[in-house]
Ligand binder design. Sequence first.
Ligand code: HEM
Ligand SMILES: CC(C)=CCC/C(C)=C/CC/C(C)=C/COP(=O)(O)OP(=O)(O)O
Length: 301
Amino acid sequence: MTTPTLPASAASVSVTWRAYLGLCKLRVVGAIVFTAVIGMFLAVPEPPPLLLSFWAALGIGLAAASAAALNHVYDREADSKMGRTEYRPLPQHQLEPRQANVFAAILCLLSMAILGFLVNPLTAVLTFLSLIGYAVIYTRYLKRVTTQNIVIGGAAGAAPPVLGWCAITGNLDPHSLLLFLLIFVWTPPHFWPLALAKKDEYKLADMPMLPVIYGDAITKLHILLYTILLFISSLLPYLTHMSGLIYLGAAVVLGLGFLYFAVRLWKAQDNKLAMKTFGYSLFYLMGLFSALLVDHYVRVG
Ligand code: HEM
Ligand SMILES: CC(C)=CCC/C(C)=C/CC/C(C)=C/COP(=O)(O)OP(=O)(O)O
């Protein structure tokens, strides 16, 4: 018996769609939308209106995917030099840069229409600024010129909970800026462990990441110092009475876990723990934001 195969044209359509989806960095966008949705829930005492939340999540997600596609276009040459990124759609010539640009433009227009007409204009403007911040300011300029690229560029990645909050209330609340601070301070100990593990690839691609320019010891020290700063920042939602004891407990336990990784990485002679620390950073952020949500509805203390 022969295995049924797709006709050549159907197979190529499926490859093309997979390539377009590959441009979107779906897992990162998923995490970004998650933090935005938590911002929506924290903005009001009762659950936020379902339809408004849906449009806001879709609009923010489309903007993040558009930014990711533009990042693939600007980085296509560097991506082709690194093992971690060489199989992306543009280095593999599955799509032309022009196609990726058109795709990014469509996603951006859709996002702006949804946010501008169905959510509110301030959310649309702030989301657009985040898109430009990541896709243009970080990717095109900062990434190539300074070791502080991801610290400054982190502001775009930290915006989503503020965008989610603003989508529901129409304004900027100081508590939403606390959520911004958490992701902003989290970004260096999220990214630098990965940069440490992939230092040789970044060197090959001529990217001035911290370990490439200043070496492993300085990078590990920076990771540790930012992790301490993150631990302190993560207490602020409790100290400002935004969250209660459930959040505080989770923040302390998750933070001690992050410190454990950061201290061990700092002390180690090698970088064996770097990718585990990177993995933990993702678990930490998801855990911290989940705790904020649970605490919002089950308030103790
Ligand atoms: C400027 C800020 C940031 C930088 C430089 C950065 C950098 C990176 C890099 C280089 C990767 C590896 C990607 C890969 O191998 O495909 C990654 C993965 C990831 N990042 Fe970030 N990140 C940033 C902000 C964020 C934010 C704000 C979030 C979520 C709220 C996030 C969530 C994730 C997730 C979930 C992954 C895993 C993706 C996967 O497994 O495919 N990142 N990040
Ligand atoms: C709401 C909105 C528009 C937000 C945009 C923020 C956004 C998409 C952040 C993504 C963060 C990220 C994956 C950075 C890695 O880029 P990189 O180029 O350093 O990593 P790479 O080498 O894996 O491409």
